[in-house]
Design a protein around this ligand. Structure first.
Ligand code: PBG
Length: 324
């Protein structure tokens, strides 16, 4: 035999020399859930190890993440039912606790990258990402609301806005609104290929943001489609996005690879709540080993072509690296 691939697997040292892909804390974005109030740290039962935080405790949590080397966070608000309405007015209201939290966090940790969520669903009494009229999700009428939300977040000091709504034309619309207000340095992380997936359950539990009626299939993509992801990514790139996202990640590794090959912008993979919950549940039952299965999972997302991973395991991964 002239070729014996096992020779390059002979020792740890050789294996390290030929390793093609790596995950580092630099690649990771950690999602955090914010609630109104003080001294609140509620575990999300379907997402063990993740919590709804009030701002006071969230600041301490971010501090401990920063100590571990994490430097990028995406923040989602759980909005009390009485502040929700059909047009999501609270999303850009000056008293909004999410906007105040953005300012406080960025003042305390100017060095981190803070990413927002731009979508109506946390604020919308219908639980949809857009304006609902006669059971339809309106596209163009939703854009000005998303624009106001993005500008309010930029005024609060956000680094990057994250439109997760899947309305057509929203990246260009938001870019125009931000630039008109002088926020040319605020980036856009666009949820480009966001699928109508069954794996968002724990996230909707965390925010109580599930649609009150119907589903999201008229705006999120059909899990059966791949070419359409290229169409969406092309549009977002030409509309001025700075990052393109594929969501979910694990069940869509082919889409990550496809966009990696078709696009120039950094590809972000969202390892979503249901995908993390599956692994946590198997580990809690002793069916899988968290310390080996979790890093292998993140590595597979990198290998597929993701430059950046949003994962609920970011902190656990950073802690694991430290112990090595
Ligand atoms: C909604 C939004 C969702 C997630 C991020 N932003 C859920 C949805 O579309 O219903 C899901 C993230 C996850 O499951 O981890 N704008």
């Amino acid at each position: 035999m002239l070729q014996r691939p096992r020779r390059n697997r002979y020792s740890d040292s050789i294996r390290n020399l030929v390793q093609e892909n790596f995950v580092s804390v630099n690649d990771l974005i950690y999602p955090l859930f914010l609630v109104q109030g003080e001294e609140i740290k509620q575990e999300i039962h379907s997402l063990p190890g993740n919590f709804r935080w009030s701002l006071d405790l969230l600041l301490t949590e971010i501090e401990s993440c920063v100590q571990l080397g994490l430097h990028a966070f995406i923040l989602f608000p759980a909005i009390p039912e009485n502040l929700k309405d059909k047009t999501a007015t609270y999303s850009y209201h000056e008293d909004n606790f999410y906007l105040k939290a953005i300012s406080t966090i960025k003042n305390k940790f100017p060095q981190i990258t803070l990413i927002s969520d731009v979508a109506m669903d946390p604020y919308n009494s219908d639980g949809h990402d857009g304006l609902v009229e006669n059971g339809q999700i309106l596209n163009d009428a939703t854009l000005p609301i998303l624009g106001k939300m993005a500008v309010a977040q930029a005024k609060a000091g956000i680094d990057i806005v994250g439109p997760s709504d899947m309305m057509d034309g929203r990246v260009a619309y938001i870019r125009q609104c931000l630039d008109a207000e002088g926020f040319t340095n605020v980036g856009i992380l666009s949820y480009s290929a966001k699928y109508a997936s069954a794996f968002y359950g724990p996230f909707r539990d965390a925010l109580d943001s599930a649609p009150k009626s119907g589903d999201k299939k008229s705006y999120q993509m059909n899990p059966a489609n791949a070419k359409e992801a290229i169409l969406e990514a092309n549009l977002d790139a030409t509309e001025g996005a700075d990052f393109l996202m594929v969501k979910p990640a694990l069940h869509y590794l082919d889409i990550i690879l496809l966009l990696k090959q078709n696009q120039k912008l950094p590809i972000v993979a969202y390892h979503v709540s249901g995908e993390c919950a599956m692994l946590s549940a198997a580990c809690a039952n002793g069916w899988l080993n968290f310390n080996t299965a979790m890093p292998e999972t993140l590595l597979s997302i990198k290998r597929a072509g993701a430059d950046i991973i949003i994962t609920y395991f970011a902190k656990a991964f950073a802690e694991m690296l430290l112990k090595k």
